[in-house]
Design a protein around this ligand. Structure first.
Ligand code: PTJ
Length: 248
């Protein structure tokens, strides 16, 4: 569908078209549409902009990814439909591997995701290995690649389910989540949570990493130490409250 440039809801509708396109291409699951709708509702509540608390999370995420020895970017059906080029750019900047990891099992969709990323310029995309698992997880997401998530010290997992976030943490990994819902289990369980739309968060993360690349380790560690997870989630909820009580 062609959305007129003048449409007041153009950004939101264009993003929705991308997700619908992901389903048509066989990249995004049908459940991914429902997840996107939930995200849209929370985006409305935060004012469809990157909030102050999200900016702080992005700074901590940038520092943590730059200090990581083996950072991995986990991709699924929604993120591949919405920000394929940006995820590839992020992986190049960090020298981080891209790994397909989906909740709704489908070998066919895993390959579609991989091929879509390759078509968009990725050099390499890892797939889960049926003989390699992480502990403490029952869902399809337990299967990982031995050269990717299994070895990773920091995993970037935009649009996550809470179970895997918890399992990755138990497997001694740092987990950076992007989730518009500050009340979700993934948001609560992650090491760092960015309460923002993936479509805004990833470009801003890229910009911040480019700036932080010149910082030394002490400076980056200081940024991470300044991040207070519980406080950030409280701030995100306050921002929603403030937004709701505004006179429109
Ligand atoms: O491709 P698969 O099989 O891995 O499936 C992907 C989904 C997203 C369907 C799967 O991971 C899933 O079921 O996720 P959940 O548990 O529904 O959680 C998705 C979370 O992402 C929800 O809390 C939404 O609010 C949030 N969300 C949705 N769209 C966005 C978002 N957060 C940031 N940016 C978005 N665009």
């Amino acid at each position: 569908m062609k959305i007129p440039k003048s449409h007041p809801r153009r950004v939101s509708l264009t993003t929705r078209e991308k997700i619908a396109g992901g389903v048509k291409k066989g990249i995004t699951s049908l459940a991914g549409l429902a997840a996107h709708g939930r995200g849209e509702a929370f985006d409305y509540l935060i004012g469809e902009k990157t909030t102050k608390s999200a900016e702080k999370s992005i700074e901590a995420a940038a520092a943590s990814l730059l200090l990581a020895k083996n950072p991995v970017i986990s991709v699924n059906g929604n993120t591949t439909a919405l920000v394929p080029k940006e995820l590839i750019q992020l992986s190049r900047l960090l020298n981080a591997k891209l790994e397909v990891n989906i909740f709704h099992p489908s070998k066919h969709r895993e390959l579609k995701i991989k091929n879509h990323l390759l078509k968009n310029g990725a050099k390499e995309v890892l797939l889960p290995d049926k003989d390699t698992r992480i502990k403490y997880l029952e869902s399809n997401r337990k299967y990982v690649n031995p050269d990717g998530i299994l070895k990773a010290d920091v995993v970037f997992v935009p649009l996550e389910d809470g179970d895997r976030t918890e399992a990755l943490i138990k497997n001694k990994k740092k987990v950076i989540v992007v989730d518009l819902n500050p009340l979700s289990r993934s948001a609560r369980k992650a090491t760092i949570t960015i309460v923002d739309n993936i479509t805004r968060a990833v470009p801003l993360l890229i910009k911040t990493i480019k700036q932080y690349k010149r910082f030394n380790e002490i400076r980056l560690q200081k940024t991470i130490k300044g991040y207070n997870h519980k406080k950030i989630l409280k701030e995100a909820l306050k921002e929603i409250n403030k937004n709701l009580s505004k006179d429109k």
